[in-house]
Design a protein. Structure first.
Length: 82
């Protein structure tokens, strides 16, 4: 089975309150080297057969229209090697 991954993150200029909360918790737990945390989403789509350029284009369209909010989020689509 082929797997395509879509990583979705808030754009850098968008505030990330969940990331800030995690960053504060890490500091309280003694993880002092962490200077910033951004939280995102990961989607893994499984496909039977080979992942073609046409299929990747379909996944990008899904990422643009359903999996992300393009006003405030960026996304990255990539094929996970098995």
């Amino acid at each position: 089975m082929a797997r395509v991954v879509v990583d979705v993150m808030l754009k850098p200029e968008i505030l990330d309150p969940q990331g800030k909360a995690v960053h504060g918790a890490l500091q309280r737990l003694g993880f002092d080297g962490v200077v910033d945390v951004r939280q995102g989403k990961r989607f893994e789509l499984g496909f039977a057969g080979e992942v073609t350029e046409e299929r990747l284009a379909e996944v990008r369209k899904a990422a643009e229209t359903l999996l992300s909010n393009p006003v405030i989020e960026d996304y990255n689509v990539w094929v996970e090697e098995q």
